[in-house]
Design a protein. Sequence first.
Length: 96
Amino acid sequence: MSFAEFAASLTAAQPPVGVTPALAGLWHDGAGYWDGAHRCVQDDSSAEGAWVHAYLHRKEGDAGNAAYWYARARKPVADGTLDDEWQAIAQTLLGA
């Protein structure tokens, strides 16, 4: 799936079939459902899930918790815009 297709899917009722929990989390966040996004990655032990989890806590304003999850994801703490980070994570996870 391309990034454009993923972004266009945000108007659907559900995330695209077969996406990873991390991508499902990004989808829910992009569709405006932070709680749903957090549920998708809360129990995801992958580095990708930790990265999305970090982004979500950064968005929430919980810098300490975000830093913990960035470390788990082996990613630096982001300092750009949330929109840019969302797009970068999605493109990376989609292999775009």
